[in-house]
Design a protein around this ligand. Structure first.
Ligand SMILES: N[C@@H](CCC(=O)N[C@@H](CS)C(=O)NCC(=O)O)C(=O)O
Length: 206
C-alpha cells in the first residue's frame, strides 16, 4: 500500500531537511517529492501552500506548511510521550529552541547563500563577517545552555534539537572565521551519529 505521508520540498532546503530527518527518527513511512527552488511550483501545490515556499506535508486530508509546526504535528500525531511529552513545561523548554532558530536563521542566511550559491568574486566579505559575528553572538547563548543540558530538548534528544541541528551543519560547514564553541561542538558530534541526520542533513550545501 502506498504511504499517505508526503513531504514536499527539495532536499537542499534547511526547512525540508528538518522534516525528513524527523520522519526518519520516527521511522515513518514517507515519500518525499521535489518541488520549490530549481524545481519550481505547480498550481496544485500553490493552492495548498500559497506562501510559495517549502516544505509542506500531506497526511491524509491534512496539508500543512511551516516546518516547525510540521515537526510539532508529527511529534504529536506519531511520536507519543517520547517525542511529545504531556507536561507543558517540558514541551515548552524544547519548543523555545525551535522559535529561537527562526531568528537565528536570519543571521546565517547571507553567509550560507554566499558560500553555496554565489560566485566567490561576488562575496561581500564585510557583510559576511558582520553576519557571522551576529551568528556567533546568538550561538554564545546556546553554548551556555548546552554547557548545562545535554540536549536543547532537555535530558534526551527531541524535536527542540532538530531545527538548530540542521543549521549547525551549515554553520560548521561554512569556510568563514568563527569562534570555538566546545559544548555546541560536542552536541553536534552526538547529532552527527544519528543515522537520519547523516543521511538527510549532511549533504553538500547547494
Ligand atoms: N518559515 C518557513 C520558511 C520556509 C522557507 O523559506 N523555505 C525556503 C527554503 S529553506 C523556500 O521555500 N525558498 C523558496 C523556494 O525554494 O522556492 C518554514 O519554516 O517552513
Amino acid at each position: 500500500m502506498e504511504t499517505s505521508f508526503a513531504v514536499w520540498g527539495r532536499l537542499n532546503s534547511h526547512n525540508v531537511k528538518k522534516v525528513v530527518w524527523f520522519a526518519e527518527e520516527l521511522g515513518l513511512d514517507y515519500v518525499r517529492r521535489d518541488i520549490g527552488g530549481q524545481f519550481g511550483y505547480t498550481e496544485d501545490y500553490l493552492a495548498k501552500n500559497p506562501n510559495r515556499v517549502v516544505p509542506m506535508i500531506e497526511d491524509d486530508n491534512l496539508a500543512l506548511w511551516e516546518s516547525n509546526a510540521i515537526l510539532r504535528y508529527m511529534a504529536a500525531e506519531y511520536g507519543g510521550e517520547r517525542w511529545f511529552p504531556a507536561d507543558p513545561a517540558q514541551r515548552a523548554r524544547a519548543d523555545r529552541w525551535m522559535d529561537w532558530q527562526v531568528t537565528y536563521a536570519d543571521a546565517q542566511r547571507l553567509p550560507f547563500l554566499s558560500f553555496a550559491r554565489t560566485p566567490r568574486a561576488d562575496w561581500d566579505m564585510a557583510a559576511i563577517t558582520r553576519d557571522m559575528d551576529s551568528c556567533a553572538k546568538q550561538l554564545a547563548v546556546m553554548e551556555r545552555y548546552l554547557g548545562e543540558s545535554p540536549w536543547l530538548s532537555g535530558s534526551q534528544f527531541g524535536i527542540g534539537d532538530i531545527p538548530m541541528g540542521v543549521y549547525a551543519y551549515t554553520w560548521f560547514s561554512l569556510p568563514f572565521e568563527k569562534p570555538e564553541f566546545p559544548a555546541i561542538a560536542e552536541w553536534y558530534a552526538r547529532i552527527r551519529e544519528r543515522p537520519g541526520y547523516a543521511r538527510q542533513v549532511m549533504i553538500p550545501l547547494t
